[in-house]
Structure formats: C-alpha cells, structure tokens
Design a binder for this molecule. Sequence first.
Ligand code: MN
Ligand code: MN
Length: 461
Amino acid sequence: MEAKEWKEKLLTKRKNGYDRMPADERAAMNAYCESYKAFMNASKTERECVSEGIRLAEERGFRPYTRGMALKSGDKVYLSNRGKMLLLAVIGRKSLAEGAQIAAAHIDSPRLDLKPAPLYEDTELAYFKTHYYGGIRKYQWVTIPLELHGVVALKDGSTVRVVIGEGDEPKLVITDLLPHLAKDQSKKTLAEAFGGEQLNILVGSEPIEGEEKERVKLAVMKRLYEKYGIVEEDFISAELEAVPAANATDIGLDASMIGAYGQDDRVCGYAALKALLDLEEVPGKTAVCVLADKEEIGSVGVSGMKTRAFDAFMEDLCDSQGVPVRACLEKSFCLSADVAIAYDPNFGEVYEKRNSAFMNYGISLCKYTGSRGKGGASDASAELVAYIRRIFDENGVIWQIAELGKVDAGGGGTVAGFMANRNINTLDAGVPVLAMHAPFEVAGKLDCYMTYKGMKAVYKN
Ligand code: MN
Ligand code: MN
C-alpha cells in the first residue's frame, strides 16, 4: 500500500461538519434551530422550561403521569417535579427489565436571584439586592439590560407569576463605575473588581408624592402591588431571578450560530426533549428524558439530579411492569447531555488543541469531566464510548470527542456522576459552546442539530 492509502486507512480524519453533513439536511437543521430559539425565548428560568416543555409535550400527546397508572407500549407520559424538574417517558416495546435509554440535561442556568429582603432605597434610588446563582463572572452582568422572572408564593397558598421587562417593558440594570473614576477598580483582578454585594439592581428613581421617607422604594412597591398584588413581606417566599433581557438570535453574517442566554444547558435540554417528542415509532427500550434543576449549584435539592424524585419515577414505571427498578437501572444507558467547551482562538492558551471540541464539528462526547486529575468525573468506560460511537455513526450523527480544556487549567462537572452512582452506564455529550456561563452564550447551529440527532439515536437504541 502507498503511504496515502495507509493514511486513509489508519489516521483519524477530523473534518468540519459542514464538509460532512449532506446538503439535504440543511433545511431540517434550520427548522430545528428556529424551534430551539422559540423555546429559549419562552424559557428564561427552570420553571418556564418546565411549563414550556409540558406545553410542547401535551401537543404531542403526552399525558401527566399518576402513580399506579396502567402503561402500555407506546404510551407517552410526563411528570413535573414541583414545577422545576421535568421527567418524560415513551414506553418501549421491550420490558423495562432490559433497561431504559435515558437522556439527562439540566435546565437551570447561572443568574442573579433576589435576596429574601431585596428592596431598598439609597440616595433616592431604589434597588434589589441579589445573590448570584451558579458560576458567574460578575463583571459580565453589569451594564446589560435585565429582566425579572419568577414566582411569589402567598400565604393563602396561591402563587403569582412575575415577568418584568419582557418585550417593550422597561428593563432593569446594574450600574458600573465610569472609566474616569475607575483608577483603583481597574487595578483589581476581574474576580475582585466586583463584589457579590455590589450586584444591586437599579429598579426605580421616581418618588411617590408625600412626605414619607424612602419614597422611591415605596413607589416601586406600589407598582408591584398594583401589578401583582404583592407586599414587601411576600418577597420572603419568592423565587425571582434576574436574567439577561436578550432573546435568542442568529449570530454571524452567515447566521451559522445562535446567541442566547442559558444555552448551558437548555441547548441540550431542548435537544433531549424535542428528540423524544419527535420519535416517529415506538422505541424498543423505554425512552426517558430528564430535565433537571440545580446542576449549577451541585445538583442538590429536591429538584436537582441527586433527588430521589428520579428514582421514584423510574420505580413507578418499573412497578407497572412488575420489574425491580434495580434490574432496569443496571441495564440502562444515560447520555448526560451537557454543553462542552468550544475551542476559542481568542483564548487558545487554556485549551489543548488536539483534545478540544470545535464549533461545527458536531456533538461533543466527553469520556470524563472533572478537574485536577479527573477529580469528580464519572469517567465512562471504553466499552461505553465504543457503543455511542457505533450508534452515532449508524444514525448519521456528526460527533467529536474532547476534554474540558487543558489539564490543570480548571475543569467542571455535570450530572453524569449522579446517574452513574445509580448503577446506570453514563456518558457525557453535548453542544460545544463559546462564552459558557456568560449572559449571552454562542453555539453553532450544526452542533445544536447534531445533538438533537444524537439524542434521537440514543432513544431509538
Ligand atoms: Mn451545564
Ligand atoms: Mn454550567
């Protein structure tokens, strides 16, 4: 054989996805990305993801699951865990004793939560105090328009939904120092230049008429009362999240990318959901989609991936077939669908280029995440990686494999470890994203679409 033939036979050919994707898939890719942007615009918080997810699922014939419900092959059910985590299943042709095909993503994203006593006035300006949620770089959250989304739970048991700043409505903002007076601030590190207690959101400046003190705060509270019927004490039992006031939009002169808030990890969450909703045939094994909350703060709490709510759901499904849940889980496969780190040429020094994910190279597999010597990673087995290579290749899914940046440059985790702890074979995979955790993250359309195709391949196998 000539060297050229040896090369063809032996060496890996990494190719841009646009050189590999059949031309007739373009239309499907674009249609998928339009539906993804619409989902993002309707889903700025984990609760909104759940309600939008339920709306879409019901359109496709999914019914709410109730314990003890008789289930047969082809049945489509969903379960909302407290409105913040969504579990969906399509019952397969085979018994759950043969395992389930699971895709698990998270729908919470970094943001600024209001404190329990958020509203105050200083120098005749009204502000909300915040406590940031997840790993944010604080300097990115100042001087950008913000919206407020969430709920206020009242003592009478009712819940008021709050949305401030959508569409043409007035926005909120956190101010920054002007360069003219920033001599000292500019000498600080990026991490130190903004303190958590400085992330105070400007919410008003016009005083109410009269002689009262804190007239601006009172005027803001009056507006909130008139719109939502809430009083200051109600903030105590509220979950109000300040999120960037920007809708999902195409990026680039070629519109080849999507910019949006919360793509970590709603870009995978939507792919996992949409692939399940779009299954044309009843799958062999039962297909399960998990959209979890609280990943950004450790997958904790009653709606995070460590919750027994997932186990209870699986146990209920198994009970309907008289199958012990442990027998199902040990034969199950889970794709832990979370965003990967896309190589950014502007910051090449933190990547190891031979093992990086690249935009437009397809869904990125990640054998292990973690930091400082794979610490905290679930580290999928070689056999499992081979399995997913096979089913992706068989289903025309363009994929790549990568690590999370250079060894010792940092690292991160996903829900993978918590699924693996349940005796489920689990592998990480997802969309490579630029500017992850920033208020506006960027992903390639081809990768979004290939992640959707990857999820479908998992459910079908
Ligand atoms: Mn994530
Ligand atoms: Mn994250």
